[in-house]
Design a protein around this ligand. Structure first.
Ligand SMILES: Cc1ncc(COP(=O)(O)O)c(C=O)c1O
Length: 405
């Protein structure tokens, strides 16, 4: 049997160590790296053992929609990083959000949700939860009085992302958690932009942390998955939903995420450093009107970000002079950046939110969310910052040519 870290030693381990060590259980083969358990079912020692495992009287795997050792390792490692008692893996980030809604809401309940969340999250609440009698009220992320006014004694869930996409607005998680507590509702924070390497919402009073693991937890754009972290009793509810309804994480994807977590903090620091370099450079350019990066002292959320984040992340957005034509010319002139709407990759991505990620909402909704036709979003990757600046300069040269100068 291989050695395991003593409980008291484990309790004192820091984030970088947990990212590499937490959750691993070794088989009798003594493998050093975590294996991928590609099996849909498991064998029992006897008929009695089978009965006991099915009833929950004995621990052990039954079927991979219920548990899988590789998925369990990922769940335990992520929970350790988020400072959570437990986590459950899901087949995608959207499956994690749906699981949260299905496990904790019923007809007649209400949700209060930030209006600056991923568009598909908005659709999940407005198109699907609505069908089952759940009402959602959308509020401006940073407007605490709007959150206070929106909650009622029927509110069971508050949902938000901070920082927001693509304008990088930040709200105090602690303040929203207090509002949730005032009506006995749960606060779920989608932490996919920051990851536990930069922000740990549970430490600020959130009840649940939701992840699209597809993004920075993988970090190299390979597989799709999600997770929810929180107290054991809440995760137990989610586990029942996942087992029953089936949005299970695959063992292979869990293995990719496990490996991703090992380098998470190093990557998030490199992403943040590159993003800061680019944000400062862009802010100094005459053809750039506004840079949205909460790491910049000029951003209205800078102080709030500093108080709950240990780094400011990879995502920034900026407006170029000349509206949509200028933004498109900029994007088309870049050569290193990948023109794709995905984010959380080692490769820098660039997109025009108004005509892609936020193209289906109304002009009025875009205006309210600060998404002008001139806005460009960049999710800064791990390339050399000098090469990225050269790419931004190519974009600005195209804008300058458009202006005839
Ligand atoms: C903030 C955020 N949450 C959730 C999701 C959904 O994740 P997935 O694509 O893994 O279902 C995304 C996807 O882009 C996202 O950006």
């Amino acid at each position: 049997m291989s050695r395991e870290i003593d409980k008291d030693v484990f309790a004192g381990l820091k984030l970088d160590t947990l990212a590499v060590r937490a959750g691993q259980t070794r088989s009798h083969e003594g493998e050093h790296s975590e294996p991928i358990y590609t099996t849909s079912s498991y064998v029992f020692d006897s008929a009695e053992d089978a009965a006991k495992r099915f009833s929950g009287e004995a621990e052990g795997n039954v079927y991979s929609r219920y548990t899988n050792p590789t998925v369990r390792m990922f769940e335990q490692r992520l929970a350790a990083l988020e400072g959570a008692e437990a986590a459950v893996g899901t087949s995608s980030g959207m499956a994690a959000i749906l699981a949260t809604a299905m496990a904790f809401l019923q007809s007649g309940d209400e949700v209060v949700c930030s209006q600056s969340v991923f568009g598909t999250t908005t659709a999940l609440f407005t198109r699907y939860m609505k069908k089952f009698g759940v009402k959602t009220t959308f509020v401006e992320l940073a407007d605490l009085s709007a959150w206070e006014a929106a909650v009622t004694d029927r509110t069971k869930l508050l949902f938000m992302e901070t920082p927001s996409n693509p304008t990088n607005d930040v709200v105090s998680i602690k303040a929203i958690a207090e509002i949730a507590r005032s009506v006995d509702a749960l606060l779920a924070v989608d932490n996919c932009f920051s990851t536990p390497a930069l922000q740990r919402p549970l430490a600020h009073g959130a009840d649940l942390v939701v992840h699209s693991a597809t993004k920075f937890l993988d970090g190299q754009g390979r597989v799709v998955g999600g997770a929810v972290c929180g107290k054991q009793a809440l995760i137990d509810e989610l586990v029942v939903y996942v087992r029953t309804c089936g949005p299970t994480m695959s063992a292979f994807n869990a293995w990719v995420f496990l490996k991703g977590l090992e380098t998470l903090r190093l990557r998030m620091k490199a992403h943040s450093d590159n993003a800061m370099t680019l944000a400062k450079w862009l802010e100094a350019q005459p053809l750039v009107d506004r840079v949205n990066y909460c790491g910049l002292p000029s951003h209205s959320s800078h102080e709030a970000a500093k108080s709950q984040m240990s780094g400011f992340g990879a995502v920034l957005s900026f407006e170029v002079k000349g509206g949509q034509a200028a933004a498109w010319a900029f994007i088309d002139a870049t050569q290193v950046c990948s023109l794709t709407a995905n984010l959380g990759d080692a490769k820098t991505t660039i997109v025009h939110p108004a005509t892609t990620t936020h193209g289906r909402i109304t002009q009025q909704e875009r205006d309210a969310a600060g998404i002008s036709d001139a806005l460009i979003r960049v999710c800064v990757g791990l390339e050399d910052a000098d090469d990225l600046i050269d790419d931004m300069a190519r974009g600005l040269k195209a804008v300058s040519e458009l202006h005839g100068s």
